[in-house]
Design a protein around this ligand. Structure first.
Ligand code: AG3
Length: 269
């Protein structure tokens, strides 16, 4: 039995693994493990992207917060998210069309075969897959009700999803935008860039979720655009029984920020 270890700035996380199920190198290095306690685990370029154990704490908050903050989302784009977890959650809503844009076909294929958290989402007839850089896609795409960014850390292929130009394009192409915004504790440099860029939207807010297998467990998200939290209970009716983590209480509570984080956020307003 071995340990998989990911190091951050001066600390790290060790996860006991039973075996490596698959490894492939293309646009990115993709590894799939079977862990001792957390089910299957996806690692991209040495960084934990998900485990079966806690991925709903991330994907449900990334998706249902923006989806339920829109009056009637029909057309959605997911940028990144080649594992299919965010896609699976979007399809729980009454959507007409969902475009998944990922730069790495390998991630999609390996995740379908060896991870399986998509639960058939890639075969849904409402889904279209586009293999492209997310920023290039935004330049020429139609308008969406909601755009969701499910990226890796901004090193390597996904750094184009973290710049001001990407945010400017996104602001033109949707009513509501939502992105994962890294660890506000130990990846402050990335978090701050995303806060700064969010200013291109008329309004934006930060929320958090606890994702134990991500750096220091406290994970942040930014929602921007024309969102409101009216009638969450009524809108939640369509999701009832289908979520493992999300509910309207946790939605509202996720926006309650501790003093240190408020300061960080206000420093950017
Ligand atoms: N992407 C955001 C998590 C990145 C974790 N970073 C790290 N371990 N250094 C998640 C993609 C899952 N769909």
């Amino acid at each position: 039995m071995d340990w998989f270890v990911e190091y951050y700035n001066g600390c790290g996380l060790a996860i006991k693994v039973r075996r490596k199920i698959y490894e492939a190198s293309g646009v990115q290095k993709v590894e799939v493990y079977e862990t001792e306690s957390f089910g299957k685990m996806l690692v991209i370029d040495g960084k934990v992207q998900l485990t079966e154990f806690d991925e709903p704490f991330y994907h449900e908050m990334l998706v249902h917060v923006p989806m339920l903050s829109h009056p009637n989302p029909k057309k959605v784009a997911v940028i990144g998210g080649g594992d299919g977890g965010a896609l699976r959650e979007v399809l729980k809503h009454d959507v007409v069309k969902v475009i998944l844009v990922d730069i790495d076909r390998n991630v999609i294929e390996l995740c379908r075969k060896y991870v399986g958290i998509d639960e058939g989402a890639f075969d849904d007839e409402r889904v279209e897959i586009v293999i492209s850089d997310g920023k290039e896609f935004l330049r020429n795409c139609e308008k969406f009700d909601v755009i969701i960014v499910d990226s890796t850390d901004p090193v390597g292929v996904s750094d184009t999803l973290f710049d001001r130009e990407f945010f400017k394009l996104a602001a033109k192409k949707c009513d509501i935008f939502c992105c994962q915004s890294q660890s506000p504790l130990i990846q402050k440099e990335y978090f701050r860039i995303l806060l700064e860029n969010s200013k291109v939207f008329e309004s934006w807010r930060v929320y958090t979720s606890c994702v134990p297998t991500y750096p220091l467990a406290l994970w942040s998200f930014i929602i921007a655009g024309k969102f409101d939290f009216d009638m969450l209970e009524e809108k939640f009716e369509r999701l009832k029984g289908k979520t493992r983590h999300y509910n309207p209480d946790i939605h509202r509570a996720a926006f309650a920020l501790p003093e240190w984080l408020k300061k960080e956020v206000e420093g950017c307003t």
